[in-house]
Design a protein around this ligand. Structure first.
Ligand SMILES: Nc1ncnc2c1ncn2[C@@H]1O[C@H](COP(=O)(O)OP(=O)(O)OP(=O)(O)O)[C@@H](O)[C@H]1O
Ligand code: SF4
Ligand SMILES: [Mg+2]
Length: 321
């Protein structure tokens, strides 16, 4: 946590359980104003569940989520509710997120109307579309989602979020469903919104390569926990957790790294392994190079979660604190 910077969001020891399945199992993270945090991890690691909880769409089993309040007498931690307009969500599939029977104008204006709009609706819709790169905005007012391209549909979704003037955008795989050729444009747009408006973005991706392009910091999630966090450069150039190293070794941009194929699938969250939850798949443990006293701890002692607010941390017995 940087001194003097109030965190926009603090998630502390969050648990979201679905029966025996511990989808989120002690996750902690923070987001500061004006930064992009990439949340990465394999399918099933709990990324979507975590951001749904931050958005207020998913009730936590235990733990804390604090979202900085807007307005009133200054920033004050408050419990997130689904109606908090300062947190907006962008989903993976823009086509599914848009009502095909609404015009782009109606889609973007919808959030304002729910919030009992303040009169200058048309101006705010035009500004949001324009910010999202749909210019001139008036040209897009009467169009339906099917009349624009996939990339433009994702821009409409982003405009619908930006019209609420959020402090935080939660984006769940925002480019995964898009054509590879337009992914870069949408990422560049998101980065520009951050730089121009001071917005913060928590972007979920299973693609570490994408973090290169957009994120200031990275949080790596495995089986419901953040197992490593740090500045993007450090995570991508000097990853410390064996899971991060394995994820990175298959990213094309890091080809010089020795490939480490992870054995097996991510375990069922109803059967989280004892000790270090990564131990059955850990290439470092399997390599036999660990000091015996460390190797002995891996299957029995849980290295515990990374701390909320930590700038740089790795939950691994082999990584010095
Ligand atoms: N409503 C639910 N009921 C039961 N289990 C669920 C529910 N939602 C998620 N899970 C389980 O929780 C775990 C985490 O799911 P989640 O969707 O959060 O992962 P993810 O990291 O977003 O994966 P992906 O990259 O595939 O989107 C998975 O094992 C999933 O099957
Ligand atoms: S604690 Fe042990 S098993 Fe877990 S990641 Fe570190 S070395 Fe691997
Ligand atoms: Mg998901």
């Amino acid at each position: 946590m940087r001194a003097g910077v109030t965190n926009l969001v603090e998630v502390e020891d969050l648990h979201v359980h679905f029966g025996a399945a511990r989808a989120v199992d002690g996750a902690s993270l923070h987001v500061t104003p004006g930064e992009v945090l990439a949340l990465v991890g394999e399918s099933g690691s709990g990324k979507t569940t975590l951001i749904r909880a931050i958005q207020g769409l998913q009730k936590p089993t235990s733990g804390q989520i604090r979202v900085e309040a807007v307005g009133g007498d200054g920033p004050r931690p408050k419990i997130q509710t689904i109606f908090n307009p300062s947190v907006q969500m962008v989903f993976q599939d823009p086509t599914g997120a848009l009502n095909p029977r609404q015009t782009i104008y109606e889609i973007v204006a919808e959030g304002l109307r729910i919030q009992h709009g303040d009169g200058n609706e048309q101006e705010r819709v035009a500004q949001a579309l324009s910010r999202a790169g749909l210019r001139p905005p008036e040209r897009f007012f009467p169009l339906y989602p099917h009349e624009v391209s996939g990339g433009q549909r994702q821009r409409v979704v982003i405009a619908g979020a930006m019209v609420m003037e959020p402090r935080l955008l939660l984006a769940d795989e925002p480019v995964a469903s898009l054509d590879a050729s337009i992914r870069g444009e949408i990422l560049a747009l998101m980065r520009r919104l951050v730089d121009e408006t001071g917005l913060a973005i928590l972007v979920v991706t299973h693609d570490l390569g994408l973090a290169w392009n957009i994120a200031d910091r990275v949080a790596v999630m495995y089986l419901g926990r953040i197992v490593e966090t740090g500045p993007t450069e450090q995570i991508l150039e000097n990853p410390r957790h064996p899971y991060t190293r394995a994820l990175l070794s298959v990213v094309p941009e890091t080809r010089e790294m020795e490939q480490q194929i992870l054995i097996g699938e991510i375990p069922d969250p109803a059967r989280i392994p004892s000790g270090c939850r990564f131990h059955p798949r850990c290439p470092l443990l399997q390599s036999g190079v660990l000091a015996p006293e460390i190797a002995a701890r891996c299957p029995t002692d849980d290295p515990g979660p990374t701390a909320v607010g930590a700038e740089s941390a790795a939950a691994c017995w082999a990584v010095p604190a």
